[in-house]
Write a protein that binds this ligand. Structure first.
Ligand code: ADP
Ligand code: MG
Length: 342
């Protein structure tokens, strides 16, 4: 991994000569993943660099493993009664995360951190926790006990041992902030790959839509389908991203807050496509826990996102808003395609 990190830490800039269009790319490692930002057009180099800085500064605010981050300060004061001063954006992010917990109860909770720790997902020592350790960690998961006071500009965790983990939404939030930086710089065509969160800005410079593949959870060099997209984020959550094996059983990093165990809802992956980058990231995690039926019911109740679900039994379910412009490529991988209708 170190080799990968040092390689990607080197920013790469280059210009496309001849046609007058310039392109700049930044590749870097933050939020525990490799990211790249590619910007087209005049001022691309400066814009890409500014967007990268924005993402990196958000990591400094939101990381749970950096002891100096705002989130670490919030966690350090859990249960001691201190209302920790936060910046307004972070408070809004915490409020948003609490609201997602209400959308589909029992599926999403950013106070899942003690359970992530019990499984060792925060460090290198990943293992199945014993029942007592898991029960103790589960008793601390309750985002109702994360008190956010936007007027006072503070947040507080009510119980000692509670902690917040923004892993499920930090990259989507970073995407929305990076997009704002790029738009402010006048960028109208860009591609951001923030680690399974792909954001496309505008169409490509030739005026056609971006073509973005949804990875096969069993082999991410292959695609289940390819989507034609403009001005959206495509966020994927799956059990294949981070996992370990113990006694021949695989355990992955998306936890069902109802059981404390890796979610086992019958889905291999969930991809959310939305103009709201933060919502896309939050919902990919939430709906992966929720499962096919609840995910599709929830989709039918809203009009601000579309889905590609990959089920354990080999189906790729594409919601009808993506039907035009989607190309199913999973047939030779053994998948069948279904279109979900409202
Ligand atoms: P990734 O960040 O790996 O691309 P996700 O966006 O689905 O995938 O986020 C997974 C991360 O979210 C986990 O590593 C953990 O930090 C956190 N998490 C795990 N389960 C939940 C949950 N049920 N609700 C909220 N956050 C969770
Ligand atoms: Mg997510």
């Amino acid at each position: 991994m170190k080799r990968v990190i040092s390689f990607f830490l080197i920013p790469i800039f280059f210009l496309l000569a001849g046609c007058g269009a310039s392109q700049a790319q930044e590749q870097f490692f933050t939020m525990d993943t490799v990211m790249s930002i590619t910007v087209y057009g005049k001022g691309a180099e400066q814009a890409a660099s500014a967007a990268r800085q924005e993402v990196e500064s958000l990591n400094d605010l939101l990381s749970r493993t950096d002891p100096d981050s705002l989130i670490s300060q919030l966690n350090a004061h859990a249960g001691d009664g201190t209302a920790v001063e936060m910046d307004q954006d972070t408070l809004e992010l915490l409020s948003f995360a609490k609201s997602v917990s209400q959308l589909l109860p029992g599926c999403f909770d950013i106070t899942i951190a003690p359970v992530m720790d019990a499984w060792g997902f925060t460090g290198e020592d990943r293992h199945v926790p014993d029942d007592d350790t898991l029960a103790a960690a589960m008793a601390l998961v309750d985002s109702d006990k994360l008190l956010v006071d936007e007027d006072a500009g503070t947040a507080r965790l009510e119980e000692a041992g509670m902690a917040v983990d923004l892993g499920a939404i930090a990259k989507g939030y970073a995407a929305s902030r990076a997009e704002a930086v790029l738009r402010e710089a006048g960028v109208s065509s860009a591609l951001l790959d923030l680690g399974r969160n792909i954001t496309v800005i505008g169409p490509k410079t030739d005026g056609t839509a971006w073509r973005v593949g949804v990875a096969d959870p069993d082999d991410d060099s292959q695609y289940l389908c390819v989507l034609s997209l403009e001005d959206v984020t495509l966020s994927t959550s799956g059990g294949y991203e981070r996992w370990f094996e113990e006694n021949g059983v695989r355990y992955h990093h998306i936890i069902d807050p109802k059981t404390g165990y890796p979610a086992d809802s019958g889905l291999k992956s969930v991809t959310v496509v939305s103009q709201n980058h933060l919502l896309a990231d939050a919902l990919s995690t939430t709906l992966f826990v929720a499962g096919e039926e609840d995910a599709l019911d929830f989709w039918r109740s809203r009009d601000d996102f579309e889905l590609v679900l990959c089920t354990n039994d080999g189906r790729v379910i594409i919601t009808e808003g993506l039907e035009n412009g989607s190309e199913f490529t999973g047939e030779e991988l053994g998948y069948v395609c279904e279109i979900a209708r409202r």
